[in-house]
Design a protein around this ligand. Structure first.
Ligand code: EPZ
Length: 418
């Protein structure tokens, strides 16, 4: 097992480029099997979720090659429509393959991806959406069998704007002859990127980024070279790292237009942020000021994937603030570790009340999920003394060598094997 060891107290300063977005790369990798031609993705960060998704594609019969940040998928020999149990449990986003496999084979067998630390992560909305497209779904012993032999376009309404369910239905509909409409669709920027990727392949999708997406089926999709959008959550995390250390950084290739809610909250805490095209410059005060309240919402509301990073900032801010987590049911699992570092966080259900403290103190803590682990690293950057964050592998799921990125900005952080 590996851990990050951080000696706190260093102001972060410098410039860093933001890589391609994990939550765009994963559905786009799934969508790459919608064509038998070769698909090339550029600017793909070295994160383990992408590596695991590539591994699943290889097990299904695709040829996947990687050279640096360029990842190529050739699904000409794709033969498997049954998802390997071991891998589909390993990463939740394997469920994104359900729609593309149905498009390709008109049948699919997947296992329940299972929950994780932040919640049960059901897939009822995915299955309900596919049933609206005529897919016959039967469940037996944890296996989900999908018969798409009578798939047809249709109108899909989501009770909740689920990101994954929106993406799955979009990918299931792109080769169906006719028009499919998704109502109450999720509006995340990564869904817009998936739409643009599919259209670059010759698809006909309109409306991503709004609550209504219209997919007009086409007969064939062709290979393409694609660069995914920059990662707004990694960008937000790096800005939060500068904010918690009273630092001053510049991010290039940053998706500021997709980060309005996050930038607004950082400004509310006293950060001066300048946006110039794809550059974001943040200068933080010596001590942050607590915002009164933060509510996580589907996009364009405040993103749940930045909630726990803001919890760490609030922990050392002047004043008291409240965070309400409306998207996942269990996303305060790291409050206990932050309190062990000297924070004053009181959680009840989906609400955390945070009284800012002057100082945090280094401790040995454990990452339990991707974003919570990143938040513990942020706290360590501010804490007096040394902090060890165990389970660095969970952070590697979505951050490309976070120690190198923060180290390049002046942090005293190293990776160590335990
Ligand atoms: C995507 O997960 C992201 N993952 C998550 O990022 C992100 O937190 C989430 O969207 C919300 O923005 C990827 O894109 C790979 P949802 P997804 O379906 O699609 C409930 C990260 O850290 N729900 O929008 O799984 C669900 O339980 C990860 O990068 C159902 O009830 O999110 C949750 O409470 C974490 N039934 C809410 O909807 C369903 O069928 C939002 O889930 C599906 C979801």
């Amino acid at each position: 097992m590996e851990a990050f060891v951080i000696r706190g107290g260093k102001r972060l300063e410098g410039t860093l480029r933001v890589d391609g977005a994990k939550n765009a790369v994963l559905p786009i990798l799934a969508a790459s099997i919608l064509t038998e031609d070769k698909v090339t993705l550029e600017d793909v960060p070295q994160i383990t979720d992408a590596a695991h998704m590539a591994e699943i594609l290889e097990i299904l019969g695709c040829r996947v090659t990687r050279s640096g940040r360029v990842l190529t998928v050739d699904s000409g020999n794709l033969s498997q429509w049954e998802m390997p149990d071991r891998l589909s449990k390993q990463i939740r986003s394997s469920i994104f393959l359900l729609g593309p496999i149905l498009s390709r084979f008109r049948k699919a067998t997947v296992t329940y991806p299972g929950g994780c630390e932040i919640g049960l992560r059901p897939i009822d909305l995915h299955l309900r959406g596919l049933r609206r497209l005529g897919v016959v779904v039967t469940e037996e012993g944890g296996l989900i069998h999908c018969d798409g032999s009578r798939m047809r376009p249709g109108d899909v309404y989501f009770d909740y704007p689920s990101v994954g369910a929106t993406e799955n239905v979009m990918m299931a509909a792109v080769l169906l002859d006719g028009v499919t409409t998704i109502h109450n669709a999720a509006r995340e920027p990564e869904i817009v990127d998936l739409q643009n990727f599919i259209n670059a392949m010759g698809g006909h999708v309109r409306g991503a980024g709004s609550h209504a997406i219209e997919i007009t089926g086409v007969k064939h999709l062709r290979g393409v070279i694609w660069t995914p959008v920059p990662d707004r959550i990694v960008a937000g995390t790096l800005l939060a790292a500068a904010a918690i250390t009273g630092g001053e950084i510049e991010l290039t290739h940053a998706p500021g237009g997709d980060m309005v809610a996050v930038l607004s909250k950082l400004r509310e805490m006293g950060c001066d942020i300048r946006e110039e095209e794809a550059r974001l410059c943040l200068r933080a005060p010596a001590r942050l000021t607590a915002f009164a309240q933060l509510q996580t919402q589907p996009h364009p509301g405040f993103p749940t994937d930045m909630q726990v990073q803001m919890l760490a900032l609030l922990a050392v801010a002047e004043g008291t603030g409240i965070i309400v987590e409306n998207v996942f049911e269990n996303r305060f699992t790291h409050a206990g570790d932050l309190n062990r570092m000297g924070a004053n966080i009181l959680c009840s259900g989906r609400t955390a009340v945070v009284r800012g403290v002057e100082q945090l103190y280094g401790a040995r803590v454990t990452a339990r999920d991707l974003r919570g682990g990143a938040a513990l690293v942020l706290a360590g950057l501010r804490a007096q003394g040394e902090t060890q964050v165990d389970q660095a592998c969970l952070i590697d799921r979505g951050y490309d060598h976070l120690e190198d990125q923060l180290g390049a900005l002046g942090a005293d952080i190293r990776r160590t094997a335990l």
